[in-house]
Design a protein around this ligand. Structure first.
Ligand code: DX5
Ligand code: ZN
Length: 237
């Protein structure tokens, strides 16, 4: 990542980004569902679930490979899986630009981050709603993205948990204090009603499934989310 674009003491170092979660899209029409937003977003969020780490099953590397062939958007793969050491490399091989894993399932998450970086991908770690930031603190210098979950992982369309907001602020404060460069992503229940408080806490990257793919006009839904976020930050970047 280009360190020169980061202004660690500015408090808000990354431009705001909406990352539509294709979990809420129509999987039979995935290419069209992604193409509809191709001119509106840089990033698409791909939720991978293995039926072990979470009680739901979604997609594997062959589908990511097909997605990769169908879109040039940045593919942010959120791996809700019990064995990222085995499978994260396969998602990178399939075309993921970034892989985010839940580190409590790994004996040596730092080594895995390093290994995945060597493969050429960006790497994130995720914290569940009731996990403390201290769980990942020693990894924060090594990652490109911190995903703070604002619902329990497993399903789209759940209600935002606002008791997570102080942890978002804590993560942002850590980032500013340490001059770290990771993106701060929130995921789960993000809507026009909830996005602003995450922006004010310091989030810069917003996963939204139902709030986009649940709407008839996905471009308008995405643009509106971004406008609300920008207003909350008080700038037009
Ligand atoms: C939940 C997933 C989320 C989910 C978000 O386990 O990680 O990315 O798709 O969906 P909404 O925005 O509908 O809560
Ligand atoms: Zn996700």
């Amino acid at each position: 990542m280009d360190q020169a674009t980061v202004t660690p003491h500015a408090g808000q170092s990354h431009e705001l980004r909406i990352a539509p979660s294709i979990l809420s899209a129509d999987f039979a029409r995935l290419a069209d569902e992604m193409a509809e937003l191709a001119d509106t977003v840089e990033t698409l969020h791909v939720d991978v679930m293995d039926g072990h780490y979470v009680p739901n099953l979604t997609i594997g590397p062959p589908v990511v490979k097909s997605i990769r062939a169908a879109t040039d958007r940045f593919l942010d793969c959120h791996l809700m899986i019990a064995d990222p050491r085995t499978y994260a490399p396969q998602f990178i091989d399939a075309g993921a630009d970034s892989v985010t894993f839940h580190p409590e399932v790994e004996d040596d998450p730092r080594e895995l981050i390093e290994r995945l970086h060597e493969q050429g991908a960006q790497v994130g770690v995720a914290v569940r709603p009731h996990q403390p930031l201290s769980l990942v603190e020693e990894l924060l210098r090594d990652i490109d993205l911190l995903l703070v979950m604002t619902v329990q992982p497993g399903f789209g369309g759940q209600a935002f948990m606002d008791d997570v907001v102080p942890k978002i602020a804590e993560a942002h404060r850590w980032r500013v204090d340490h001059g770290a460069r990771f993106r701060l992503q929130v995921d789960g229940g993000i809507t026009t009603d909830t996005i602003a408080e995450t922006v004010r806490a310091g989030a810069d990257t917003f996963v939204a499934g139902n709030a986009i793919y649940g709407k008839a006009d996905r471009i308008e839904a995405t643009t509106t989310l971004l406008e609300v976020a920008r207003e909350a930050r008080g700038s037009t970047d």
